[in-house]
Design a protein around this ligand. Structure first.
Ligand SMILES: [Zn+2]
Length: 364
């Protein structure tokens, strides 16, 4: 019954027509109710609307995360299960749905979470940042990669996580060397300066929002080169990888996050069989983890004697982006459209699942 009430009370937040004045949201009464159409799933009625200005028709479902989904109301559980260590296959078995459905909902949620983030990001950065790459792979060990992560030193807010493919190096058996050569002959090498490119991008983005703060990294050559290549509002301090990895280490927020990746994403466990099959899926999981960590959970689970708010404040609350820990509805309650936002090229590529160097076929 509550769903029927929701349908009757729904106030359309925007007009879905990208060419309409009301596309970007309005408090104005820009629509008329336009009858109901019966549907075959709860609440069995779908309120229809018409825009007064552009005359386009839409319905209550237009604004729901489950727009045009045959099986609704699965996403919240899928998010919580996936962000707490379950593989897509286990989630599917638990919910008695197909694994394809799980993958689809994760994809939809990752896009929606990016749109949410665009409207809820830090305007200025008032803390030092730790930056480093998380090393993993997609499809096979012949396609290693970095997730380049920038994390706030105090808030543990994840500011950025971008993707860099790597070419396999290091010790290989004779068979592996042959296989690696075959793959390179077939697909070519991965871009060689991606870590440099992505580090430059992240440093520039951070620099726009901060002044006189420190960027801590390890002694990776690409980070030093990236820092020197631009004039930035950041001081760069390198930390030797031999320095003890405890909470006093400036790279602790990064080490902590990478540990959480290994713990909470089943695809990132050592020796797992649920590894990510392609770049798109990997980045979508990491994007969801970003939202989950930044907005939906406290910085630490346990009380911390040096930081009295750590167990009750989310990283976004430290940055004063939000005033409380957000729930699923707060983030995914109203479906947003990509045409409502000003996305940069990386964000557009993420939404379109555009990975030109990928050796896999990735469905959009
Ligand atoms: Zn309109």
């Amino acid at each position: 019954m509550t769903q029927i009430a929701d349908q009757l009370q729904l106030i359309p937040p925007y007009c879905p027509n990208p060419n309409c004045l009301f596309h970007f949201g309005t408090k104005e009464h820009f629509y008329v109710k336009n009858g109901f159409i019966p549907t075959d799933k709860e609440p069995f009625l779908n309120q229809r609307f018409k825009c007064k200005r552009c005359k386009i028709q839409f319905s209550a479902n237009t604004f729901s995360l489950d727009f045009r989904k045959k099986i609704p109301l699965q996403s919240e559980k899928i998010l919580h299960y996936s962000m707490n260590g379950m593989s897509n296959n286990s989630v599917a078995r638990n919910l008695r749905v197909s694994e394809a459905l799980v993958r689809d909902r994760l994809k939809v949620m990752s896009r929606q979470s990016l749109f949410f983030e665009k409207n809820n990001s830090a305007k200025t950065i008032l803390e030092d940042i730790s930056y480093d790459g998380f090393e993993t792979f997609t499809h096979s060990q012949f396609s290693p990669c970095y997730i380049n992560t920038a994390v706030g030193r105090v808030s543990h807010f994840i500011y950025h996580n971008t993707f860099s493919p790597l070419n396999r190096k290091g010790r290989m058996t004779e068979d592996q060397k042959i296989k690696n050569k075959e793959l390179i002959l077939k697909h070519g090498l991965y871009p060689r300066d991606s870590v440099f490119e992505e580090s430059t991008y992240i440093m520039e983005e951070l620099s726009k929002k901060t002044k006189h703060k420190i960027l801590f990294t390890d002694e990776h050559r690409a980070y030093q080169k990236a820092y020197r290549s631009r004039s930035l509002n950041l001081c760069h301090v390198t930390i030797s990888s031999k320095t003890r990895r405890d909470p006093t280490n400036p790279l602790f927020p990064i080490n902590h996050l990478h540990m959480l990746y290994r713990h909470f994403l089943s695809s990132q466990r050592r020796e797992t069989i649920s590894f990510q099959k392609h770049e798109g899926a990997l980045l979508e999981k990491v994007q969801l983890m970003k939202i989950y960590r930044n907005f939906m959970n406290p910085k630490f689970v346990k009380k911390n004697k040096f930081d009295p708010h750590a167990h009750e404040w989310s990283p976004a609350m430290y940055l004063k982006i939000t005033e409380k820990i957000l729930n699923f509805e707060d983030i995914f309650g109203v479906r947003k459209l990509k045409t409502q936002l000003d996305l940069d090229q990386r964000e557009k590529d993420f939404v379109a699942r555009h990975y030109p160097y990928s050796r896999q076929v990735i469905a959009a």
